[in-house]
Design a protein around this ligand. Structure first.
Ligand code: SF4
Length: 335
């Protein structure tokens, strides 16, 4: 079954704080939350564009702080989606919100209106990093919100960021271990970027903040991905989507790449091949990998193929239906 999301972007709505890295006004080209008519138009246009009949469609309210909105407004947004849920055109609603905006009563309302997935912008579980990032809540809020969401029977998503102020590789990995301990079913990994008009821009320009390089961000995200994969936490996204999330004119510095996730998949395969110098001598090899991994295995712009071509004159990647994940087999060919 194919999974589709219909995203409804709620820019910076009901945000009681301004995180140092966030300027939703410039991160998105859209300044206001869409109205009723616009939401219906968006849903209909998306539904029309889905080709597969055998599909699961979710509506996603994201970008802002849904449960921070007045209850009346939350209800009116959720109400708009009910006809689509009743006819089965949409199977559930997911939304993103802040950890300090969760309470039992509000969760019950979300449940009653068909919300199935709640994603919290956890970003980090280090109090030091949360404070330096101006999040306005500490680790305790993430623990408490996660417990309430799971107890109410929702699928829990805990999003994290890397390269935040006062962050390092150890606090980043600890955040990943904590997300697992807090019961996350899903995650998203966002590298911290310096965006125009944010407090982080000021810190960067005065030399008080140094963003990760692209290589560091890819390396860290690859380690996180491996950890989440091993622990069966679904990684929904790595990096920002260029058209939806970021107006690149607003980017000042940081590890942005339009195909960030591709770089990470490529890195994961590079790690698989790290012992290639010890592989048997031959003029040509065939690497068998699962069909959906062929491009990732060859690498972004064929960088893994080029690496292996330092040892072998010819490197050919071929699909093998018996393989899954990043398992591979090597076939030696003497030319
Ligand atoms: S909570 Fe989210 S939307 Fe609000 S300021 Fe922070 S990053 Fe921006």
């Amino acid at each position: 079954m194919r999974h589709y999301n219909i995203p409804i972007f709620m820019p910076e709505m009901a945000c009681p704080h301004r995180c140092v890295f966030c300027n939703q006004a410039s991160i998105s080209s859209q300044l206001h939350a869409p109205g009723e008519k616009e939401i219906h138009q968006k849903i209909k246009a998306h539904l029309k564009s889905f080709k597969t009949e055998n599909r699961l469609v979710q509506l996603a309210f994201f970008g802002g702080n849904f449960t921070g909105l007045p209850i009346k407004l939350q209800k009116s947004y959720l109400q708009l989606i009910q006809p689509y849920l009743e006819t089965g055109l949409i199977s559930g609603i997911r939304l993103s919100t802040r950890p300090d905006c969760i309470d039992t009563e509000n969760l019950q309302l979300l449940k009653d209106f068909g919300v199935t997935h709640i994603e919290l912008g956890a970003q980090s579980t280090s109090d030091k990093v949360l404070l330096a990032s101006g999040r306005g809540h500490l680790r305790d809020a993430i623990v408490s919100a996660s417990q309430q969401i799971l107890a109410a029977g929702f699928v829990l998503g805990l999003q994290m960021m890397i390269g935040l102020p006062k962050d390092d590789t150890e606090t980043t990995m600890q955040t990943a271990r904590d997300l697992l301990a807090f019961g996350a079913n899903e995650t998203r990994i966002y590298p911290c970027l310096v965006i125009k008009g944010t407090e982080l821009e000021e810190l960067y320009r005065t030399g008080k903040y140094q963003p990760l390089t692209l290589d560091e961000a890819v390396e860290q995200t690859a380690s996180l991905y491996t950890f989440f994969e091993e622990n069966e936490i679904k990684v929904l996204r790595m990096g920002l989507h260029p058209s939806e999330d970021l107006n690149t004119d607003a980017l000042v510095a940081g590890p942005y790449h339009p195909q960030f996730a591709e770089l990470v998949y490529s890195k994961l395969w590079e790690k698989q091949f790290e012992n290639y110098t010890l592989w048997p001598k031959a003029k040509a090899i065939e690497l068998l990998v699962s069909r959906n991994q062929i491009n990732h295995a060859a690498g972004f712009k064929s960088q893994n193929r080029k690496l292996l071509e330092k040892k072998y004159r010819k490197v050919h990647f071929k699909a093998d239906e018996s393989l899954t994940g990043r398992a591979f087999k090597i076939k030696i060919h003497e030319l």
